[in-house]
Ligand binder design. Structure first.
Ligand SMILES: C[S@@+](CC[C@H](N)C(=O)[O-])C[C@H]1O[C@@H](n2cnc3c(N)ncnc32)[C@H](O)[C@@H]1O
Length: 414
């Protein structure tokens, strides 16, 4: 156990038992596959194995009581600002929104009323979600917080065949399985090595093999000098290609943390970008209690742009989350005092006092205002999410410029 793990809260007996069951399942797959599975397959099982994976199991995940906070969980102003960009895309395409990876359903519950207030409530809001447990949670969130729109929402079992409209995905790409690699200059084993997972003495541990096929080709195309460690998500690339091919008119807006390729694979960033979240602590051991931590990796936004471009889409914009939200008017929305979730005084509580010191006493208007300012500060501050998170728009048949990229568009940096 390293120092970081020593500082992690001890999992409950139930959580340990669920993790042990998942470890047995992963171990069985390793055995069937000849003693080794890729890290990408491990991550897929750790996050999405039915009933046991991090996203498919019953843990709280999002919000103050979960493991991490995402932008829509922080404040409804995120969804309200995003709505302005979505409205522009819908007006130029078709009244359909598809949300990929809708988490708790919070963004949908904020976006639908915000779009209605802008006079462009979509006729259909379709959700693409891998986790059955999260689907149920999204249904409950929407039934409770946006019941007037519930009958417009549908859950998809597979990617849409063809579609026009606006597809959105907040923090979805970073949650897709990624391959882990080491570019080695060891005289004993030089070249590109793929890091995978084996079972040794009953414990999951990393083991390397020479990379082959599409992964090796992708690794060789990167500006990397050995020795170096990093990740490549072939799954994210093919997911974007598939969706891009099916988009007839409209745009995909993807928000995530990551960098353009030349920055992500810069020699100074040698080391894995894998990060795990457990009870608002970040650690770097994805093999620690499989199924209990979220596992993420940084997004290569150049690869995202290339995947869209190769499938015939234009890169309509790329900028920081801060620029995007400011361009979409988050400042004005804050001034107008639209910071309350349309139903609740409690959502977003804790933002000002993370980590660990819950606010006490009734929320006053001033307190709500302070919370809203604190949340927007987290969204746009360069030291928080403002620079780390980026927004990319890929589209077809949509007139430019898009509102969110009107200032500070960095497409040239990709
Ligand atoms: C980090 S969470 C973000 C949730 C939500 N968008 C938010 O911002 O709070 C990642 C989400 O992406 C979903 N997900 C991951 N891969 C997916 C895929 N290929 N298709 C659809 N959903 C996916 C997960 O199940 C989960 O809901």
């Amino acid at each position: 156990m390293n120092l970081q793990q020593a500082e992690l809260p001890e999992p409950s007996a139930d959580a340990r038992a669920a993790s042990e069951a998942l470890t047995r399942l992963i171990g069985a797959e390793i055995a069937v596959d000849g003693g080794w599975i890729s890290f990408a397959r491990y991550m897929e099982l750790a996050l999405y194995a039915p009933g046991l994976g991090y996203y498919s199991g019953g843990s709280r995940k999002f919000g103050v009581e979960g493991d991490f906070l995402t932008a829509p969980e922080l404040t409804p102003l995120f969804g309200q600002a995003l709505a302005r960009q979505v409205a522009q895309v819908l007006a130029a395409s078709s009244p359909l929104v598809i949300e990929a990876g809708a988490g708790s359903g919070r963004l949908a519950a904020d976006l639908l009323p915000a779009l209605a207030a802008l006079g462009c409530a979509p006729e259909r809001y379709r959700i693409l979600e891998l986790s059955g447990e999260l689907r149920a949670r999204q249904q409950a969130t929407l039934a409770e917080h946006a019941p007037q729109f519930f009958d417009r929402v549908e859950w998809l079992d597979e990617l849409p065949q063809r579609f026009s409209g606006c597809l959105i995905g907040n923090e979805v790409l970073d949650a897709m399985p990624t391959h882990a690699l080491r570019w080695s200059d060891d005289s004993s084993q030089p070249g590109v090595l793929e890091r995978g997972v084996v079972l040794a003495d009953g414990r999951l541990t990393f083991a390397e093999r020479p990379a082959t096929g599409a992964l090796l080709a992708a690794a060789n195309s990167l500006p990397v000098t050995a020795p170096y460690r990093g990740e490549i998500s072939l799954a994210a690339r093919s997911w974007i290609s598939e969706l891009a091919r099916r988009l007839e008119r409209g745009a995909m807006l993807l928000i995530d943390y990551g960098l353009p390729r030349h920055e992500l694979y810069h020699p100074e960033r040698d080391g894995s970008s894998l990060r795990c979240h457990y009870r608002h602590r970040v650690h770097d051991d994805p093999l620690w209690f499989p199924g209990l931590s979220d596992i993420t990796s940084h997004v290569d936004f150049t690869a995202v742009a290339e995947a869209g471009f190769d499938a015939g889409l234009e890169v309509l914009g790329y900028t920081s989350q801060a620029n995007f939200l400011i361009n979409c008017g988050v400042g004005e929305l804050l001034q107008e005092g639209k910071a309350m979730h349309n139903d609740s005084q409690e959502v977003g509580a804790g933002v000002l006092c993370m980590p660990g010191t819950p606010l006490r006493g009734p929320a006053t208007a001033n307190m709500e205002d302070l919370r809203a300012r604190g949340a927007v500060n987290v969204l746009i501050s360069p030291n928080e999410m403002g620079e780390l998170f980026k927004v990319i728009a890929l589209g077809r048949g949509v007139p430019e410029p898009l509102l969110g990229f009107s200032r500070g568009n960095r497409v040239h940096a990709l």
